[in-house]
Ligand binder design. Structure first.
Ligand SMILES: [Zn+2]
Length: 124
């Protein structure tokens, strides 16, 4: 999960404000205005579909990248990259899944015909 601070146009503030933007993998997950707390995020089902697609692409790319690295520098690959790739990446993926589950639980009370991009004010 990646977090960035990005200047975006805020609808409630009617001006550009710094937003805390969250990505799950390469998929946009939410943008929260740091001034008024309004949050814009894709619908949860859309987010999950995009995340799964992104996750599949990351898995597909991985073997090729690992093989290239192994051929270029086998010792470094075995000593450093391989344990890192096997141990730390699944944890990162697990954290992303946990974030998705939390998001899903938080938005599952929303009406089924909610707007495609939900905008919520602070203090839900
Ligand atoms: Zn705002």
């Amino acid at each position: 999960m990646q977090r960035y601070l990005v200047a975006l146009q805020c609808l409630p503030c009617r001006t550009e404000r710094p937003h805390a933007v969250t990505y799950l993998g390469n998929v946009f997950a939410s943008a929260t205005c740091t001034v008024c707390g309004a949050t814009a995020r894709p619908r949860t089902d859309v987010l999950i579909a995009q995340y799964v697609r992104d996750f599949e692409q990351r898995l597909v790319r991985k073997p090729g990248r690992m093989l290239t690295r192994a051929r270029r520098d086998p010792v470094t690959f075995v000593l450093h990259y391989l344990p890192h790739g096997l141990v730390s990446k699944p944890r990162e993926v697990l954290q992303e899944w946990e974030a998705l589950v939390r998001l899903n639980a938080a938005t599952s009370t929303a009406p089924p015909d909610a707007e495609p991009a939900e905008v919520r004010t602070a203090g839900r």
